[in-house]
Design a protein around this ligand. Structure first.
Ligand code: PRP
Ligand code: URA
Length: 210
């Protein structure tokens, strides 16, 4: 598994505002989207392209276009939905599938409550979006789900991660092609398995407590 942790002052600046308790919900939403766009640049470094001939007003030339099947973006509901627009901005022709997962706050086990994905993911490059990699249970289950459907390789993009979460994804990935892109690697987890220093409950800060 490849792990990339962002190292850019703009990302650190935006993360600082994001973490701050005083940051309002509208600003939090905007920052999650902006951070996603910045992380997407790194996460798509290996996106598959093929040669594509065009004519400029001056001369013919050959560039590239995204290869078929097009990449599949999979936000994990709820909190991953906040990252979707930031990713789609950079890869507007990608397809989008959805996985709904919730972590039981007592057992910390994830349950999958919704799924809208193509029947077969054979040959697909999948990009999973979830802002929080805490114990790693939710993302590990999502990655397993995609490989079980035939996905070729999976890139997971998280705003914050922990060493425990990275370890869990490493175990889940085994020898399959997984890339993990993190905005920051935090210190660890508290007694409630919340990321420390973290930013609190990402879903609640994006969408309230409904
Ligand atoms: C949060 C987060 C991840 C998960 C991380 O979602 O968005 O999906 O917890 O925790 P883990 O790494 O320990 O599994 P949550 O289950 O709170 O659902 P939500 O997005 O609907 O708020
Ligand atoms: N889910 C969140 O939203 N935040 C955490 O810190 C851990 C799990």
């Amino acid at each position: 598994m490849r792990v990339f942790v962002a190292d850019h002052p703009l990302i650190t600046h935006k993360l600082t505002v994001l973490r701050d308790t005083k940051t309002s919900q509208p600003t939090f939403r905007l920052l999650i989207e902006e951070l996603m766009t910045l992380l997407a640049y790194e996460a798509t470094r290996e996106v598959r392209v093929e040669p594509h001939a065009i004519e400029t007003p001056v001369a013919p030339t050959t560039g590239v276009k995204l290869s078929e099947p097009l990449p599949l973006i999979v936000p994990i509901l709820r909190a991953g939905l906040g990252m979707l627009e930031g990713m789609v901005k950079l890869v507007p022709t990608a397809e989008v599938g959805f996985l709904g997962m919730a972590r039981d706050e007592e057992t910390l086990q994830p349950t999958t409550y919704a799924e809208r994905l193509p029947e077969s993911l054979a040959g697909r490059q999948c990009f999973v979006l979830d802002p929080m990699l805490a114990t790693g249970g939710s993302l590990a289950a999502a990655i397993k789900f995609l490989f079980d459907r035939g996905a070729d390789d999976v890139t997971a993009i998280c705003v914050l991660g922990t060493p425990e979460g990275v370890e869990a994804i490493e175990q889940a990935a085994g020898d399959r092609e997984v890339t993990l892109v993190l905005g920051a690697l935090d210190d660890g987890l508290n007694e409630q398995a919340y990321i420390v220093p973290g930013l609190g409950d990402a879903g609640d800060r994006l969408y309230g407590t409904a």
